[in-house]
Design a protein around this ligand. Sequence first.
Ligand SMILES: Nc1nc2c(c(=O)[nH]1)N[C@H]1C(S)=C(S)[C@@H](COP(=O)(O)O)O[C@H]1N2
Ligand SMILES: [Mo]
Length: 447
Amino acid sequence: MQQIMMVGAGAVGGFFGAHLAKHHNNVSFLLRPRTLQAVSERGLTIRSAADTLTVWPPAASDPRELPRPHLIILSVKAYDLDEVMDQIEPVMTDATVLLTLQNGVDTEDRLIARFQRDCVVGGVAFIYSKIVEPGVIEHYKRGSVAVGELMGHGSERVLQIVELFTQAGLSCEVVEDIRRSKWEKMCWNCVFNPLTVIINDRVSKALDHPEMLGVIQQIVGEVVAVAAGLKVPLADDMADKVVRWSQEIRDIHTSMYDDWKAGRPTEIDSLNGYIVRRGRDLGIPTPLNEALTAMIKAITERERSGPGTLRIDGAVIQPITLDSAALEKLPAEHQVHDVSALLPGMKGRGIKVKGLLDIPARAIGADHVTFHSQDDQFSASLTLKQAAEYGILIYQLDGEQIPASKGGPFRLVTPGLGDLCAHVKGVTRMELTKGPGKDTRPSTKSH
Ligand SMILES: Nc1nc2c(c(=O)[nH]1)N[C@H]1C(S)=C(S)[C@@H](COP(=O)(O)O)O[C@H]1N2
Ligand SMILES: [Mo]
């Protein structure tokens, strides 16, 4: 293996790649621009309890800028695989070997379907590590891999991979049935990845409750049934094994937990979601995995926020966020199709503030609402009565979201209130308060 290309320098690829690069001078990295910049400036660093390792490997965001690889090690998230396959295609030859260190059980088949060649060696990574910032990985536990040919036979290329890892001081074991190893890890992942998110805690919290052990049995039972349907027989006591493996890593979170906390997408569609889809194809019911998939999506789906959203918070039971599409769906009685009818010279489609104030449950005693501009430089606080009676929030101009230059994304107008200073431009937040809130209007009587 003269040239090795690591794809990704995350918790898994960063750790194994850095160790390989420390011992071999033929390891380069294919990275996203943000990570590339960090690694070019500060190197790739692995902090372990015992020591810190920093390497400065060749890296690029375009594989054509790197030495042509004989071995490509894939350690990106399952949902990035399509993009990565497009990227590496131009540097693949008839002899390039792909080693997968990813979670999930379908990566290998997707690669073979795409490249139409026996180019894949399967791998499983056993490690607990985390990205602290781009180019910096903290490594807490384990750090070994298992590899094997998908058809189970021995091969020269597998032995070369083992040698590569072993020389770098990494434990690497050849397994006879790598598909089975991947499915066994899949069982563990399908249990503890979603559970750590749902209980918002580490693995041991789930293990400490006897009721949970029954649930774990059922989750694993479904995974085992689907695996069997796909001709991968797993042990009868798979669930016990999953629980036993967890004992030595009781204190850890999981990659799904870390992805969630870091605001990244999770791999739910490649884990429990995959079990549900394949279960459906095979006619195998997977109710627990289906529930876990739905719950993880509901929990980790990011709240809509950022440009073009309106947040209603303060003295409410639960803050809410709306975008202009959501405003458009509010009842017709609150819609003002053309504000120029009420306010000559002003254009656009609006929503009556009364309709907005009806959405959140208000804290008892809330009596004012403050309209804040995006830049936080201007605000007007009205009584709920004033706001409900006069306020209109303009949210669309000629069918489009209103640009900031025209007072968007939302602009408050108050026809009839007799105060142009209350025409707050660039509104992104409505804050309910008990008593008046922040008000920067120059003077209510200046116009
Ligand atoms: N975000 C923001 N909104 C604002 C202001 C401001 O400075 N910033 N000025 C207010 C005042 S005092 C007036 S009179 C009107 C002016 O609106 P116009 O720019 O459409 O004439 O906007 C109001 N809304
Ligand atoms: Mo004003």
